[in-house]
Design a protein around this ligand. Structure first.
Ligand SMILES: CC(C)(COP(=O)(O)OP(=O)(O)OC[C@H]1O[C@@H](n2cnc3c(N)ncnc32)[C@H](O)[C@@H]1OP(=O)(O)O)[C@@H](O)C(=O)NCCC(=O)NCCS
Length: 179
């Protein structure tokens, strides 16, 4: 099973990353501390780190486990962020993760993208669960997950290291939607 190379929503084109995206990835989200605060990686210091991220994302499509889409705003071609679908060894579930372009926060783009990804996932007969884990203090991301219909299932103690906050592993919530 492979996600489609493109998914279209009302305002967005979700498409595979390409090398021309590197500068926008760097300027739009990868270099921002505000964006990376609750993530597992530090903001990029140089565009070369974003180049490596884009390359890895392109390779991952070929390897067939992680599928990272660029969110392109159809109206003007600018980028609203990235969303990633991760297929699990257990073939009945998928996890989702995302980063939004800082200047595009609050316009509902990630909610729109996540909704479309969940829709695709549940069109697959074998997929019964889509889930995400999120830092207990990451309210904007929790809102996205709630707006797409996910339930907060519980707390995962010391689940993930978010080095921009602390070197110690932090508590996260498990959110999921099932069919
Ligand atoms: C989470 C994120 C992708 C949301 O993207 P988005 O396109 O802004 O999503 P939405 O417009 O639907 O907004 C979701 C929530 O973000 C919050 N938000 C919106 N604009 C904001 C801003 N300028 N500053 C801070 N929070 C903001 C609000 O709580 C909003 O919820 P609401 O609609 O109930 O008011 C974005 O905030 C982001 O990139 N965060 C950093 C990366 C991250 O944490 N990824 C998830 C890891 S689990």
């Amino acid at each position: 099973m492979r996600p489609p190379e493109q998914i279209e929503t009302e305002r967005l084109l979700l498409r595979k990353p390409r090398m021309e995206d590197v500068t926008d990835v760097f300027d739009g989200w990868a270099r921002h501390l505000e964006v990376t605060r609750f993530l597992t990686w530090r903001p990029h210091d140089s565009v070369m780190q974003s180049e490596a991220l884009v390359k890895r994302s392109m390779e991952a499509w070929n390897e067939g486990e992680n599928f990272r889409y660029i969110l392109e705003i159809k109206e003007n071609g600018s980028l609203a962020g990235m969303i990633e679908l991760r297929l699990e060894i257990a073939p009945f579930k998928i996890s989702v993760g995302y980063t939004g372009a800082y200047v595009q926060w609050g316009k509902g783009y990630m909610t729109e993208a996540a909704r479309a990804c969940i829709k695709w996932a549940f069109q697959q007969p074998t997929i019964y669960r889509v889930y995400a884990t999120v830092d207990v203090e990451n309210i904007p991301s929790q809102r996205v997950l709630e707006k797409v219909g996910m339930q907060r299932e519980g707390i995962l103690h010391r689940e993930s290291v978010h080095p921009n906050i602390s070197p110690e592993p932090r508590d996260c919530y498990m959110y999921a939607i099932v069919k």
